[in-house]
Write a protein that binds this ligand. Structure first.
Ligand SMILES: C[S@@+](CC[C@H](N)C(=O)[O-])C[C@H]1O[C@@H](n2cnc3c(N)ncnc32)[C@H](O)[C@@H]1O
Length: 496
């Protein structure tokens, strides 16, 4: 049996975690059960997100490799789940005061009857939790009205790091230096493009544009006259807010509603023309798979969204439905959105507020079941368009067992964005980045829920590896303009 206690730093300090009470009851439950103890992993995490997709104890089957096919080839479908290969996951943040032994024993016996599944098994990035995430941004106005809180307030600390004048000024000075150089050699284009992906409510765009105008006056080269700031966002509602925020600069700004994972689709006309691409707190909000290296073998973490039966029963009664009708109502909600669902299902919802309340309650209930499925060949796993799974190999094979995010959406956005950059341009991204693979062995990095959205940390070493292969230098430094906090600044620019 392997016991992996990841949050070891919590064993010290003012209120240290008691390792014995977090682990012994779990081992006791296993000892009294029938599982082959030689093939059990017990992993303890500190799941820091108050709202998340896990229970205090989860059981994750580890599937064996596929059997040889009739012609000696491997079949793609893994064999039936065998309960002797299993991971027991404990959230030690919530395990104190819980009857862990009984809970573990009960979880080991469960056959899925106490769950209402919303989907089949699949890669994490294909889960319906990302449809919830997209719905949150596209129907944000309705969510905010019913919950009474804006997405800014939903963030930890109620603020976002990047709208910071000092950071903006630093970027602008760097741009001026590049442009002055190009102007001297007569190669400065007439239009000076800056793109922001996931512009939110326009707060950062405004700070940037205000500072730009001020600094340009002092600099005296009329760069503001030539500046074109392109704001991109997922949701028209949020983009409309952003347009109001930057109203004083509207002659220099255009906005595009588009998916940040494929910027070139809409912004192809800017290929090799953009001097600065800004992305802040977006990469961690894009769909991701997870992969793991366990005992020398590579696995994909497959997930399956479900509702715990007791909560589901209560909610079903509340909307005058049977429990078995809930998955259909959920998928209708995700497909139609709250406004049309109110029209489409009047027997269950009196008005739009009722559908939004249903949405909030479902979201709070949603959990993810997980299982490990062997990856037969990393090379045929496409992480993002034209990014081979082979890129993961050095990270997965970097030492002890590890589980990490692939951040497929962020990778797609990143590699696509690089194609927009002018040879002297750069991409600057503020987010929660893991900058060292080792951190995945000790810290839980998502997914968590922030209000109605999904958040994960971003696999910095993977983005850097992929960026370098494409000829870009990728660097990570802690966000320089506010002490403390976890925000990291990534920059990518063409290698000298
Ligand atoms: C956490 S907010 C950050 C907003 C802003 N960049 C900031 O730092 O204040 C995430 C933003 O990403 C946008 N977003 C999320 N998924 C997106 C996607 N697939 N395509 C484009 N934008 C997306 C949301 O609409 C939202 O504006």
């Amino acid at each position: 049996m392997l016991v992996d206690f990841r949050p070891h730093t919590r064993l010290r300090g003012k209120t240290p975690v008691d390792l014995t009470s977090a682990v012994t009851p779990v081992v006791a439950a296993l000892s009294e059960g029938t599982a082959d103890l030689a093939r059990v992993r017990v992993v303890c995490d500190w799941v820091q997100y108050r709202e998340n997709f896990r229970d205090v104890v989860d059981v994750r089957p580890i599937l064996p490799p596929p059997e040889q096919g009739a012609e000696g080839e491997r079949t793609a479908t893994p064999r039936r789940v065998r309960n002797d290969d299993v991971e027991i996951a404990v959230d030690v943040r919530r395990s104190a005061g819980v009857a862990l032994k009984e809970l573990t024993a009960a979880r080991l016996c469960e056959d899925g009857e106490d769950r209402v599944y919303l989907e089949g098994w699949g890669a994490g990035s294909a889960s319906c939790i990302w449809e919830f995430n997209a719905l949150y941004w596209s129907a944000l106005e309705l969510w905010e009205k019913v919950t009474g809180q804006t997405y800014d307030q939903a963030r930890p600390g109620g603020e976002i790091d990047a709208p910071n004048k000092d950071a903006a000024r630093e970027l602008i000075h760097e741009l001026f230096a590049v442009w002055d150089g190009l102007a001297r050699s007569g190669t400065l284009p007439e239009q000076l493009y800056v793109v922001e992906l996931g512009a939110g409510n326009g707060g950062q765009a405004k700070v940037f544009l205000d500072e730009f105008r001020k600094l340009d006056r002092a600099h005296g080269r009329e760069y503001y006259r030539r500046l074109h700031y392109v704001m991109c966002g997922y949701s028209q509602h949020v983009l409309d807010l952003a347009s109001e925020t930057i109203a004083g600069h509207s002659a220099h700004v255009s906005s595009f509603a588009m998916d940040a994972t494929h910027p070139v689709r809409l912004l192809g006309f800017l290929r090799y023309k953009v001097f600065l691409i800004r992305v802040s707190n977006v990469y961690g909000n894009l769909p991701t798979d997870e992969v793991a290296q366990l005992g020398g073998r590579t696995y994909q973490v497959q997930t399956r969204a479900y509702l715990p039966a007791s909560g589901a029963a209560e909610l079903a009664e509340h909307v005058s439905a049977g429990v078995d009708q809930l998955p259909t109502l959920v998928h209708q909600l995700l497909r139609l959105g709250p406004t049309l669902l109110a029209d489409a299902a009047p027997a269950h919802f009196a008005n739009v507020d009722a559908t939004v309340e249903f949405w909030c309650r479902i979201w709070s209930l949603v959990r993810l079941a997980e299982r490990y499925v062997p990856v037969i060949s990393l090379d045929v796993y496409e992480l993002a368009p034209s990014v081979s799974g082979g890129m993961l190999r050095p990270l997965l094979e970097s030492g002890a067992d590890v589980r990490m995010h692939v951040n497929n959406g962020a990778l797609a956005s990143f590699t696509d964005s690089l194609m927009l950059l002018h040879p002297f341009g750069k991409l600057v991204c503020h987010d929660l980045f893991v900058t060292d693979v080792q951190a995945y062995r000790t810290e839980f990095r998502g997914p968590g829920k922030y209000d109605g959205s999904v958040v994960n940390w971003v696999n910095g070493p993977l983005l850097a590896h992929v960026g370098r292969r494409k000829g870009f230098e990728v660097r990570y430094v802690p966000f320089a303009h506010r002490a403390g906090g976890d925000i990291i600044t990534m920059t990518a620019q063409v290698t000298d």
